[in-house]
Design a protein around this ligand. Structure first.
Ligand SMILES: Nc1nc2c(ncn2[C@@H]2O[C@H](COP(=O)(O)OP(=O)(O)OP(=O)(O)O)[C@@H](O)[C@H]2O)c(=O)[nH]1
Ligand SMILES: [Mg+2]
Length: 276
């Protein structure tokens, strides 16, 4: 799978995928040098970045297939995102991972720019110009982590974001021993992910998605517990029955064996609607 990071946030997150062998990581930003990097010339503002988007023919000469495109919405350089994706759309299935910054702290010009990027990318997803958009709010991720020290703040956020997306990818590509993850309906292309605590039956989403029509739960359970815990089946079935309601009629789940001692739960949520 290809990972493309754009801007500081995008590149910092993309870079962390390098710790796993499954990904081919590309980074695009001002001053970025190295393998699979593109050093963009600094521009005065978003309009200039868009207008002067370079050709990435060489960087992406051998790139095709599943691609996760990561960016932070308020960055000036994020204005290049559509022009970059245009250069990839014929050979890649593009999912966007959109990092929403703390809007309250942004100066008004950046606030406006972020709103535009946020809306345009969701429109692209809804019209299937890109396959899907995953919305992730920095504030939500911070709240899940609890107290995060200032030193290494973004690094901590990025660790949780990357490990979560990676684990979800791993489970999506493995065989469940019970249930299975359903592909979401064609129109439900606005998504987020979260962590699911199966002991407490509690999900913590990375974004408060409105009008969730479909959810997928992932139970990653140690082999030993799968063999010995006689009540697990009943617990899971009861938990999953409790997730269906009028707003969210479609719930699927998969139970996956792991070699870990601790159990891991994740959730993916899907909406057909553009979020405010
Ligand atoms: N999760 C996360 N968010 C970040 C990180 N770095 C910055 N951000 C957030 O992302 C938003 C966009 O900022 P940058 O990524 O610095 O901007 P940029 O994409 O480099 O764009 P420029 O304005 O052109 O520099 C900021 O408002 C921060 O809130 C990071 O490493 N992780
Ligand atoms: Mg920057």
């Amino acid at each position: 799978m290809n990972i493309i990071g754009l801007g500081k946030a995008g590149c910092a997150i993309a870079e962390k995928f390098n710790q796993y062998p499954q990904y081919k990581v590309f980074q695009i930003d001002v001053g970025k040098e190295g393998a699979r990097c593109y050093n963009v010339k600094e521009q005065a503002g978003p309009e200039e970045y868009e207008k002067n988007t370079p050709s990435f023919k060489r960087l992406f000469s051998k790139t095709s297939g599943e691609t996760l495109f990561i960016l932070g919405g308020s960055g000036n350089i994020s204005a290049m995102c559509l022009r970059i994706m245009e250069q990839l759309k014929d050979k890649c299935d593009i999912d966007v991972l959109y990092i929403q910054p703390d809007r309250d702290l942004l100066p008004s010009v950046r606030k406006m720019h972020e709103k535009v990027t946020y809306n345009v990318l969701q429109e692209y997803a809804r019209s299937a110009a890109i396959r899907r958009i995953y919305l992730v709010s920095n504030l939500h991720v911070e709240n899940i982590l609890g107290d995060v020290p200032i030193m290494g703040y973004y690094d901590k956020l990025n660790d949780l974001i990357v490990s979560t997306f990676h684990m979800i990818n791993v489970f999506k590509n493995s065989t469940s021993i019970m249930g299975g993850l359903r592909d979401p309906g064609e129109t439900r292309r606005i998504s987020t992910v979260g962590i699911y605590d199966m002991e407490k039956d509690e999900e913590k989403f990375f974004f408060s998605l409105d009008t969730i029509r479909e959810t997928c739960y992932i139970y990653g359970v140690g082999e030993r517990r799968l063999r010995e815990d006689g009540s697990l089946h009943k617990t899971i079935v009861t938990q999953m029955k409790g997730k269906t309601n009028d707003e969210t009629p479609n719930v699927s789940f998969g139970v996956f064996p792991t070699n870990y001692d601790t159990d891991y739960g994740y959730v993916i949520a899907y909406s057909p609607n553009i979020q405010n």
